[in-house]
Design a protein around this ligand. Structure first.
Ligand code: KDO
Length: 335
């Protein structure tokens, strides 16, 4: 049986039975503003679930106006390819990382550096205050996307396939540490003392299982949601990056909205980020116990040694040269 014909016939019959003409049904569907979302997040992670909060919030505040399409697991666009897809008009919304922003807004690389942001509360203050306003303007000008809200991804930790005595960066020498595939991420991996190896998020589980990589770094909630704990034996609490993702919309799509619609989309993004932040913080505080129960070793290194070494790596690199004068001091002074 030809299912396409069957389903179409069924749909038209339903439409007719409801007394709606096929033409008005089609135009009704078309009149909705499509908001296509693409993210590499796995369904069980908070920054995937937050998109459902976004969708439901908009359905309540603007019933029938938007067609929110959530695509998880990088099923629509590859990890990191989202900003380019947005610029081409093929995608409306995503969560963009500091590393992806830094490709076009070099000063943003300050947020890809280890041990710069102190904690999640400071992260929110930075991005919801004057520093965020200035940098988001540069993002809008150079990338043609508007960051709407800051989602806390969690604090990144080193997660190893085989147990190892890790106290300082020297103890990670030779460890093939998977990092997401762009130069800023790789720099961070090398700064931690490891041999940074690029790989897309969706390939990490297999990489750990088969041993093509020795470890990876991610916040604890993602280690749980992506089940990396099934194929690793140790978590080293390096706390090296208080990581964030920015819920962003393509300027072309945002500018096409009415002032009221803009406000509703913005409010939905805020609600989504708040849902993510609250749940992630709560879970992050409980996960060490969970991983221990799963049989992993959770160890505490000499964080000060990592801090010093990572900071020196950035200060002696070209990164520090593109950070606007005084930005680091302003970040440090944000409390
Ligand atoms: C990752 O690939 O390690 C990373 O944590 C990088 C983030 O910027 C973000 O892309 C995230 O993956 C995905 O959303 C999957 O959780």
């Amino acid at each position: 049986m030809n299912f396409t014909v069957f389903n179409r016939r069924n749909l038209l019959a339903t439409v007719a039975a409801l007394g709606i003409s096929a033409i008005s049904f089609a135009s009704f569907a078309q009149n909705k503003i499509a908001l296509r979302i693409s993210t590499p997040a796995v369904p069980d992670d908070w920054h995937a679930k937050m998109w459902t909060v976004f969708k439901e919030n908009l359905e309540k505040s603007a019933p029938g106006e938007f067609d929110v399409q959530i695509n998880l697991n990088a099923s629509l666009f590859k990890q990191g390819a989202e900003p380019a897809a947005m610029a081409r008009g093929n995608l409306e919304l995503t969560t963009v990382s500091a590393a992806d922003i830094a490709k076009l807004v070099p000063e943003f690389s300050i947020f890809t550096a280890g041990y710069v942001v102190r904690d999640p509360a400071q992260q929110q203050k930075i991005f919801n205050g004057p520093i965020g306003a200035e940098l988001f303007k540069a993002v809008s000008d150079k990338m043609d996307i508007t960051p709407l809200a800051t989602a806390y991804l969690g604090t990144r930790q080193v997660n190893l396939r085989e147990p190892r005595n890790v106290k300082t960066p020297a103890d990670l020498k030779g460890v093939k540490l998977r990092m997401p595939g762009s130069k800023d991420w790789l720099f961070l991996g090398e700064a931690l003392g490891a041999t940074a190896t690029p790989l897309a998020f969706g390939e990490v589980y297999m990489g750990l299982k088969t041993g093509t990589i020795d470890g990876q770094d991610n916040p604890l909630p993602s280690v749980r949601a992506a089940k990396f704990y099934e194929v690793t034996k140790q978590i080293v609490l390096t706390n090296h990056l208080v990581d964030g993702l920015f819920i962003a919309i393509a300027n072309k799509s945002f500018n096409a909205l009415s002032a009221v619609q803009k406000q509703k989309v913005n409010a939905a993004a805020q609600a989504a980020a708040a849902f993510n932040n609250e749940n992630r913080l709560k879970e992050e505080a409980q996960l060490v116990e969970f991983f221990k129960k799963e049989g992993l070793q959770v160890t505490v290194p000499d964080v000060e040694a990592f801090h010093k070494s990572v900071q020196a790596a950035y200060q002696n690199s070209d990164y520090a040269k593109v950070w606007p004068k005084g930005l680091l001091e302003r970040i440090n002074a944000t409390r």
